[in-house]
Design a protein around this ligand. Structure first.
Ligand code: BQZ
Length: 697
């Protein structure tokens, strides 16, 4: 494919550059417009890490009566033997309603569909809190929204403590001792080393959420010291940043005693595809370190989970958690999740689709409303990510390659940004003070956000058209859409595909809005809307021109998934991964973003980190690494019968509310408990296809 430099190549073109293009921009970039006032309805009670939990042995432990029946029937060891030497103990003072009572079910509704239980090999369980609940990780960050800024650091979890070596290159981590998987098999360093060696390091395996070795720093190593101790060695000095990366979604080890048996490195003749698909949804009682275990799966209908009798967390009274006996996931749509939550037939929803705001607000304001609804800060945002790879990522055809070259042209990206009427895009979702134009980059809720370092290209179709021409695109056949130069694609109309998911009305509305606004600019954009699992697979494989993305916690917090803030490794960025030769053809501004993010990870100096993020924000928004669209607050909807709901739980910050809520501490007072459990008084049975829950007798 012959490389083409638009503005400069082909004499004819220069002549084609009209006076319009040559004239200076009429509307200069500014700082972002002031968002409409919208106060979060609840603020967290800020505490220190030590106020939330600790690890210690207690004089005695308790369990639900029906679980005791399993012990009496000889089907389970004593509760004290099922717990680790020092369980995690949640502090009562941090539990809004204190020590809870056992019983009842929480009924989730989700829009995803489980591919299987092999999180380590990249299968989704359907999102909506399933994978979060099943995947306990080395550290935990979801609940950090309630931690004082000056004490902010990841919570211990499977790793209960750690210490740095003198020179700051080694981090020794102590795992909980004597904990078991939900089938009773011991959890230990073997599980952690299997995840490191046979999942992360193994190039043929990528866990869900896409962690790679570089997620923990280029050149980082991990070794086992003993059964409950592992040691990290980093190139950087004291990169505390990586402790956040060890939380959900990146370092959540699976049950090696089950996974190893199917892994090609240990099972002769097995393929990686067979390994990935070895645990389909019909395979039940899949061992987990989480609070609940899947015991029933009915396709397109429901997943039911029952409490994990070996769960390694307790309250200060010694009650083994969780309090809730059952967890259900109705397999429906994300929009239905909102409807069922406000109606009371579902129990929880992250109200994240503005199209549902007005009805949800109206219904939950009624006296008789079964659920309470609380808006948080503006942490939901959408952006267009142009595919910036020109060296083969996703094996683009000639048209695709030509679009990649355009995407890599700043004038082109500016033209697209100027042509976006972000106010209109937001108002098309919902009227009122919810949405606000979003330039891209870091979002205001993070303390690292600096408005003066944020470049915003205001809506100006005139400037957009001038820049499009400056990028060498003119409507040569007069059909209203610009064409490639004559020697590219034979001067055909430029056609750009915008990939998005069909699973959210918001994504559909925004995609339609973008297509319409680009048509006004004279740019033909074709919407390619796919089911999430398919969309995710295509995006990971680089098979897209533009991708419509709901941004994650990295741009909200900076400290969570920091490595995702720039293409810091070959398999990290969602817009620019390695090409066919394994290298990344980063543009100069991308390299500057990578260097800035790596410098941020490598320093503990608070002021230096603030300054680095100012540089990051300016480089990102000035060069339009991604093109921001709109931002708005989400609201947590939860049934009023639940207690211990932390005030001000955001639907998304360090992680989704399904993590932030600490669901193992949620309970329903006995007098409010429902009879909605589907498998009362049962526990998970043995792992296996077609198995299910078991009774004590
Ligand atoms: C929350 C979340 C919990 C993934 C998913 C889904 C995937 C993405 C994102 C959200 C769903 C819910 O989001 O929308 O409210 O419950 O699950 O995991 O959008 O398609 O790949 O990143 O988290």
């Amino acid at each position: 494919m012959r490389k083409h430099v638009y503005a400069l190549g082909g004499a004819g073109l220069l002549l084609g550059v009209s006076v319009l293009a040559a004239q200076a921009q009429t509307v200069a970039p500014t700082t972002p417009p002031e968002p409409p006032k919208f106060d979060a309805q609840q603020v967290p009670t800020f505490v220190g890490i030590k106020d939330i939990l600790e690890f210690k042995a207690l004089p005695e432990y308790r369990e639900p009566d029906y679980v005791k029946a399993f012990v009496d029937a000889g089907k389970l060891p004593l509760v004290a033997e099922r717990l680790p030497k020092e369980p995690m103990v949640y502090k009562t003072a941090n539990m809004p309603d204190g020590v809870g009572s056992y019983g009842d079910v929480i009924r989730h509704v989700i829009g995803g569909r489980p591919e299987g239980w092999n999180y380590s090999a990249g299968q989704t369980q359907g999102w909506g809190g399933i994978d979060i609940g099943l995947s306990e990780c080395l550290t935990r960050t979801g609940p950090l929204f309630q931690v004082k800024a000056e004490e902010l650091e990841p919570l211990p979890n499977l790793a209960k403590s750690w210490e740095w070596s003198e020179d700051g290159h080694e981090l020794t981590m102590h795992l909980i001792e004597g904990a078991k998987w939900s089938d009773g098999d011991p959890f230990d360093a073997e599980d952690v080393m299997f995840f490191w060696n046979d999942v992360l390091i193994d190039p043929q395996v990528t866990p869900l959420n896409g962690a790679s070795p570089e997620t923990f720093g280029v050149g980082t190593t991990l070794e086992q010291v003993d059964a409950y101790t592992v040691k990290w060695t980093f190139k950087e000095v004291r990169p505390t940043q990586y402790l956040y990366s060890m939380a959900y979604g990146n370092f959540c080890p699976g049950p090696s005693h089950i996974l190893k048996a199917e892994h090609p490195a240990y099972k002769d003749g097995a393929t990686y595809d067979q390994f990935k698909n070895a645990f389909p949804p019909e395979y039940l009682n899949m061992p987990t370190m989480g609070g609940w275990v899947p015991v029933e799966y009915r396709a397109d209908d429901i997943i039911v989970m029952r409490r994990n009798p070996y769960y390694w967390k307790v309250d200060e009274a010694g009650n083994q958690l969780p309090y809730l006996d059952e967890m259900q996931y109705r397999l429906s749509t994300w929009a239905d999740r909102d409807v069922q939550a406000v109606a009371g037939s579902g129990d929880l929803s992250n109200l994240e689709q503005p199209e549902s705001f007005v009805e949800a607000l109206r219904r939950s304001a009624e006296e008789t409303a079964p659920a309470r609804l609380a808006f948080g800060a503006r942490t939901i945002s959408y952006s267009i990510y142009p595919n910036l790879s020109a060296n083969g990522w996703g094996e683009p055809d000639a048209r695709g390659q030509a679009v990649r070259e355009l995407n890599r042209n700043l004038d082109f990206r500016k033209a697209v940004s100027y042509a976006l009427d972000r106010q209109a895009l937001g108002e098309a979702l919902v009227k009122g003070p919810f949405t606000s134009p979003y330039p891209g980059g870091l979002m205001p809720p993070t303390s690292y956000y600096d408005n003066d370092s944020t470049v915003y290209y205001p809506y100006s179709l005139e400037d957009a058209k001038a820049l499009l021409e400056k990028a060498g695109l003119v409507d040569t056949d007069g059909n209203g859409f610009v064409n490639f130069p004559a020697d590219v694609q034979g001067g055909a109309d430029v056609e750009i595909t915008l990939i998005s998911t069909t699973d959210y009305q918001t994504d559909k509305s925004l995609a339609e809005g973008i297509v319409g606004q680009m048509e006004r600019l004279g740019l033909r954009v074709i919407s390619q809307s796919q089911a999430t699992n398919q969309r995710d697979a295509n995006v990971l494989a680089g098979k897209f021109d533009w991708s419509l993305v709901r941004n994650g916690s990295d741009l909200i917090t900076v400290v969570q998934n920091t490595q995702n803030l720039a293409p810091t490794g070959p398999q990290i960025s969602q817009a620019h991964r390695a090409g066919t030769d394994g290298t990344q053809d980063l543009l100069p501004f991308e390299q500057e973003m990578v260097d800035t993010v790596n410098a941020f990870v490598a320093t503990d100096d608070p002021q230096e980190r603030i300054d680095l993020m100012k540089t990051y924000q300016r480089t990102y928004t000035e060069n339009l690494y991604a093109i921001g669209l709109t931002q708005y607050p989400g609201a947590l909807i939860i049934n009023k019968r639940f207690a211990n709901v932390p005030a001000g739980t955001p639907i998304l910050q360090f992680n989704w509310a399904e993590d932030g809520l600490i669901r193992e501490r949620l309970y329903v007072p006995e007098d409010k408990q429902s009879d909605a459990e589907l498998f009362p008084d049962t526990l998970p049975g043995a792992p296996g296809k077609g198995n299910g829950p078991i009774a004590s007798n």
